[in-house]
Each structure stands twice: as structure tokens, then as C-alpha cells.
Design a protein around this ligand. Structure first.
Ligand SMILES: Cc1cc2nc3c(=O)[nH]c(=O)nc-3n(C[C@H](O)[C@H](O)[C@H](O)COP(=O)(O)OP(=O)(O)OC[C@H]3O[C@@H](n4cnc5c(N)ncnc54)[C@H](O)[C@@H]3O)c2cc1C
Length: 268
């Protein structure tokens, strides 16, 4: 919350333009990922984007923007080539490699939108004709060992850059499960090889496997093998994240798996 701040509704800035020859994609800050990816589905171009279709470009790109293809192509702000920005005095400027370079630097990455109103962003896109979407579920008994394997061989070292994933520890149909889902920039066969050590765990079940355009596969993973439930409409959601300074041991991961949250608490 800011004192003396105003809220500007940017939802009408929802235009997407694609230049296939130049391999650039341009969008307003009010474009959500269903719309952005939907537009790119008609081409073979791709810009790294988030997993949820209703998140918008404006906040996402300024916060960095991590997605399933970020291990290969970087976070979304890494692909930005230009931003159109309204400054506090009402002037509109372009920030790119030659103009207002410090503003471009400041707008890309965790600024919290403090430097101006983002009116438009242009990215240099990648050629990604297809991705393999996958999801593997593990029983709770394997969860700590799988998490240790992910930490050891799928983070800084080990996994191919083409492989990106999201890891959810939760409950499905009353059973505690670990669900690892992601995308591989390439074929299903190559993707299966890339996750071979995960598939070797006794309880590993490949529940989703489909190849297609990034945007289609993002929508597919949203509800396959099952939707990860969102908090009910109108409820406040508390999230916390952090960096872990040192690798966790198996016993630490087991403590994570065994953690039971206390009763839901009210967030002020
Ligand atoms: C369901 C869900 C899934 C998510 N998944 C991912 C994910 O996969 N990867 C990831 O990296 N992040 C993810 N996020 C986090 C998301 O990137 C941030 O919440 C992001 O800030 C959302 O941007 P927004 O424009 O939709 O939201 P808003 O709430 O509108 O904006 C967020 C912030 O950006 C500022 N801002 C927005 N538009 C402008 C503008 N035009 N000019 C200046 N400032 C502006 C706002 O002032 C505010 O501070 C997710 C969030 C949700 C709710």
C-alpha cells in the first residue's frame, strides 16, 4: 500500500501485434497470457510467459516473469527490446537499447512499477514450433527423495535447458501427492529422456503427456492431470517465497513433506 497513490486501470491497453518477419511481439500491459499466447499460437513464435492465463503483462514483465521455458530463454524481461512509458510529468518516452537505457534497466526486474506507467512492451521472440507438456505424480512415500533428486540434478546442473517445471506438494482425492509438471522444448521422446531419473522412482506415474504449441500446452497443463485448486473467489491469499542458502538434506525435505499447516488463518 502506498500513501497518496492513485490506481490506473490499464485493462483497455490489451492489444497484441506480431511481426513474424522481424520475430517481434508487441503488447499492452493489460494483455493477459491467455490472449498473448493465443495470438502467438497462430505462429511459431514464443515469448517466455507465466503459467496462469489471467496474469497480465504489466506487472509480470516488470517483476521479471518466470515460466516453463525460462531455463532456455530467460525470464520474460530478458526478451524485452523496448518499452513505451508515461513519466510522472505526463510525457511519453521510449526506452530501448539507444534511448533512456537506464529507464529500460529499471523497468525490467522487480521495480514494483515505480518509474512510470508502462504503456507498451516489445519483445524479441524465439522460434518454438512445439513443446512437450508432461506431468508426473509421486506418492508421499517418495516425495522427499524426489525433491532431493530435483535439487541435485534438475536445478543449476544436470537437467537440459529445454526442460522447465513446476513442483506442487499437496493433496489429491485425500492422498498427499507430489505433482511435478512442466514443458520440454522439443519432442516427447527427448523430454522423456530428460526426466528419466524421475520416472525411475517406484511410484512415478506419467499422468499427462501431450505435444503442441506453447499456449495450447499451457492451457492443457492448467487442468491436466487435474486442476490445482485456487482459493475461493473473494478470499485473500497469502504467499511467501524465499531463497535457500544451502542445499537441503533428505531429512530436511522429509520435514517439508511432513509439515502440516495450522488451521487457516485470517490475513489482515
Ligand atoms: C494466479 C497467479 C499465477 C502466477 N504465476 C506466475 C508465474 O508463473 N511466473 C511468475 O513470474 N509470476 C507469476 N505470478 C506473479 C505475477 O507475475 C505478479 O503477480 C504480477 O505482478 C502480475 O501482474 P499484473 O499486471 O497481472 O497485476 P497487477 O496487480 O495489475 O500489477 C502488479 C504490480 O505491477 C504494477 N503495474 C501493473 N501494470 C503496470 C503498468 N502498466 N505500469 C506500471 N506499473 C504497473 C502495479 O502497480 C503493481 O505494483 C502469478 C500470479 C498469480 C496471481
Amino acid at each position: 500500500m502506498l500513501d497518496h497513490a492513485i490506481v490506473i486501470d490499464m485493462s483497455a491497453f490489451d492489444c497484441v501485434e506480431i511481426d513474424e518477419a522481424a520475430m517481434t511481439v508487441r503488447a499492452g500491459p493489460g494483455v493477459n497470457f491467455d490472449k498473448l499466447n493465443g495470438a502467438m499460437n497462430a505462429t511459431t513464435l514464443h515469448v517466455p510467459s507465466g503459467a496462469c492465463g489471467n496474469v497480465c503483462v504489466g506487472g509480470f514483465v516488470q517483476g521479471g516473469g518466470y515460466g516453463y521455458t525460462s531455463r532456455m530463454f530467460g525470464i520474460q524481461c530478458d526478451s524485452v527490446v523496448a518499452m513505451r512509458v508515461m513519466l510522472a510529468d505526463g510525457s511519453v518516452v521510449v526506452a530501448d537499447a539507444n534511448n533512456n537505457t537506464d529507464l529500460l534497466w529499471a523497468m525490467c526486474g522487480g521495480t514494483g512499477g515505480n518509474f512510470g506507467v508502462l504503456l507498451q512492451v516489445t519483445w524479441q521472440a524465439q522460434q518454438v514450433p512445439g513443446v512437450w507438456a508432461w506431468a508426473v505424480q509421486f506418492d508421499a512415500a517418495d516425495a522427499a527423495a524426489v525433491l532431493l533428486e530435483l535439487q541435485s540434478n534438475y536445478m543449476r546442473t544436470g537437467a537440459a535447458p529445454e526442460l522447465g517445471m513446476m513442483i506442487n506438494l499437496g493433496f489429491h482425492e485425500g492422498q498427499q501427492v507430489l505433482l511435478v509438471q512442466g514443458m520440454y522444448v522439443g519432442s516427447a521422446d527427448d523430454g522423456m529422456q530428460a526426466i528419466a531419473s524421475l520416472m525411475a522412482f517406484p511410484s512415478a506415474q506419467l499422468l499427462s503427456s501431450l505435444t503442441g504449441r506453447y499456449g495450447q500446452m499451457d492451457v492443457f497443463l492448467d487442468s491436466n492431470p487435474y486442476a490445482i485448486p485456487n482459493p475461493p473467489d473473494g478470499s485473500k491469499e497469502g504467499k511467501r517465497s524465499g531463497y535457500i542458502a544451502a542445499p537441503l538434506a533428505l531429512s530436511d525435505w522429509q520435514a517439508v513433506v511432513d509439515y502440516r499447516p495450522p488451521r487457516p488463518t485470517r490475513i489482515a
